[in-house]
Ligand binder design. Sequence first.
Ligand code: ATP
Ligand code: MG
Length: 553
Amino acid sequence: MGIRSRILVFQLIVVGAVVIMAAIVYITIRSTTYYTQRVQWANNQLEAVTALTVNANRYSEQIAEFLLIGEPERPDYESARAELEAGFEKLAQLTRGEAEFLGRSSEQEDSGDEIFRITRMRTLYGEIAKATSDAINLRNQGRQEDAVRIFRRDIENRFDAEFENILEAARRDEEEEVVRTELQAEALWRRLTWMTAALALAAVVLCFVAAFLLARSLMRPISLLTEGTEAISRGDLDHRIAFDGRDELGALARRFNEMATHQQDQRDRLLNAKAELEQQVAARTAELAAANQRLTELDRLRVQFLADISHELRTPLTALRGEAEIPLRHGSKPEAVYRDALERIVTQSLEMGRLVDDLVFLSRSETDTIRFEPRRTDLVTIVADAVHEGEILGRAKGISIKAAYSTRPVWITADAQRLKQALVIILDNAIKYSPRDRSVNLSMTVMDGHAEIAIRDKGLGIPAEEIPKVFERFYRGRSPRASRQLGSGLGLAIAKWLIEKHRGEIALTSEVGSFTEVVVRLPHADTTASADANAGAAVAVLKKRLRAKTGSE
Ligand code: ATP
Ligand code: MG
């Protein structure tokens, strides 16, 4: 039941109690008035009967005096008669009035008796009046004695005996009626007093119970709501109001719970966002720390690099100075000595030039100023070009390159020149660190999303502990046979940088005295180029090879 309905019921109970109380008061006033009026009627009648008794006596006396004294007493006699008749009339009026007042109640029977009694008194009075008239006539005729006899027999006796009796009975009745009415009024008063007290008590109890129930039905949800608001203001967003009434407060509690859920969601979202933000800050901090470490490392490398460069340049410069100083010492020499010295100086300068080129390349790679021109190009063509250059390099040692790959184009985005440079560096190593007249194998496998180029030689091999270092700048093999070869230890560092610049990977596996294999892995766009493109690429490869062959011979 809704609060409005409950308040309405409570109001109805209170109004009902007030109406009942008002009804009781009304009944009390009405019955009081009724009994007061009844007593009043009875008293009036009693008074009238008493007056009638007095008047009857006076009338009787006046008759006697009139009969004895004669005409002088007539006015008194007439006056007494008129008063007696007026008394009859008054009593009759009162009796009728009372009968009307009582209405149809059982008391009306008494009124009927009274009216009958008045009729009898009037009849009696009529007979007495007739006897009086006879007596007066007899007296007027001078028959005083007859008149007195009639007076004694028919007037005085009847007054004393019959009339008095009727009046006495009437007075007794009225007195009884007054007493009876007063008793009835008292009984009714008692009843009404009890009834009023009981009903008032019942109304008070009913109002109290209704007020208690109403207050209890309102207080519990209100205290739960108060608790809820306090909990939320404390920040306890998990708090829910355990009240699910169907009234307005129940609806309020439900809205409150919905609001708390909404707040909780928002808080969770904020906390998540905060945690995410913290994570991001931590990640950025870690990145910054890593970048900082890289910078420190780069700085260290730069110092190292400078030291290495100085060292690497000093050795060939010392050799160069030595080559120039020897023929200049101890006078003039034959021309062949000078020529020989100059040839060695040229070889040394070439080697130094190569070293300087590599150094320039690496320093540019550091500052990211190497020009890259990536474009969609066929990897097969690049590999073919590299193989061709490898063959030229291997010729001096009688080393051939055995290439195995499909001529079907493999499209990649690359700077062809730079990618070929990386492959040639690997082929150069394979040739350089292989005994004479061996062969170097190159194979290319195309897989889903990437291509793998493997270059394998059966040369010196690399000890396991040196493998992780071969991609470092200036790192050169420690074995005497490897270090006998010319080189500055920059080749693989440059190749790695170039492959990674093409979003590729490079890996080296080796076994001393057995083999060395370098695998380059590159992402490619697709392998399903059109037949025209296939044919075009194949023709381009063949043309290049032809040109290279004719050029080298
Ligand atoms: P550069 O290439 O600068 O002329 P380098 O060949 O010595 O000099 P890298 O190409 O960087 O330098 O190679 C580093 C070292 O790795 C070499 O000195 C060599 O010891 C070892 N190495 C590289 N390739 C091979 C190989 N195919 N077989 C055996 N050892 C190799
Ligand atoms: Mg090398």
